[in-house]
Write a protein that binds this ligand. Structure first.
Ligand code: DX5
Ligand code: ZN
Length: 218
């Protein structure tokens, strides 16, 4: 029997004027986490939302919050995200010159720690840290916007990441983010992904609950 993937709908594609309703929709679905995309207009060329919105989502969410920080100097804000309900906090390797320190800081807050890699960043940058990392978030688009086209080289990258995790004896899980649909979900899981983020595919569909169920049963 196939192991079902963790499904993390990205709230970035939701209707921000009806955030409570959108969160309740995720609560009543087969989704496992809520993915929260925080953008600072500096690390990525877009601004999304920040701590107060994370707090508002947390008030209504029955699912763990999976917070993806696309920001420079995340060490300034991780404590507040932890305070407002983040269970997983993911930072970008490219935004953290002292990544080991960022990882220890997030762990010390009692959160699970994730590290994200942009499409061009080789998996090897995590070689010496992988045992300290709970989750690797592999970007399958350039971060900054929802609704972009999936980058095909991602399958190979997931395989390389999985091989590195196994070689180092780590229990890190792989999450994939960007352009995920029912078309590529199975192939991503077969390559080694455990968790799938999906924004547009879920929230722009006619029946988001059914779309989440379909992804869960990919
Ligand atoms: C991109 C974000 C993604 C985005 C995914 O910077 O990290 O989480 O919301 O959106 P879709 O699924 O529409 O590609
Ligand atoms: Zn994301």
């Amino acid at each position: 029997m196939n192991v079902k993937p963790i499904i993390a709908p990205s709230i970035l594609a939701a209707d921000f004027a009806n955030l409570q309703t959108e969160v309740e929709l995720i609560n009543s679905s087969e989704a496992d986490w809520i993915h929260i995309d925080v953008m600072d207009g500096e690390f990525v060329p877009n601004i999304s939302f920040g701590i107060p919105v994370c707090n508002a989502i947390n008030k209504h969410s029955k699912k763990p919050l999976d917070v993806h920080l696309m920001i420079v100097k995340p060490e300034r804000y991780v404590e507040e995200f932890a305070k407002y309900g983040a269970e997983i906090i993911t930072v970008h390797a490219e935004a953290c010159p002292h990544l080991h320190r960022n990882i220890q800081q997030i762990k010390a807050l009692g959160c699970k720690v994730g590290v994200s890699l942009n499409p061009h960043t080789p998996v090897d940058v995590l070689k010496h840290l992988i045992k300290d990392i709970d989750l690797v978030l592999i970007m399958s688009v350039n971060p900054g916007f929802g609704g972009q086209k999936f980058i095909e080289a991602t399958y190979q990258k997931i395989k390389e990441m999985k091989a590195l995790i196994d070689k180092e004896g780590a229990d890190t899980i792989i999450e994939v983010d960007g352009g995920v649909t029912s078309e590529n979900a199975r192939q991503l899981i077969e390559a080694g992904a455990t968790a799938l983020v999906a924004g547009s595919f879920i929230f722009k569909s006619k029946d988001p609950l059914q779309t989440i169920a379909d992804l869960k049963n990919s």
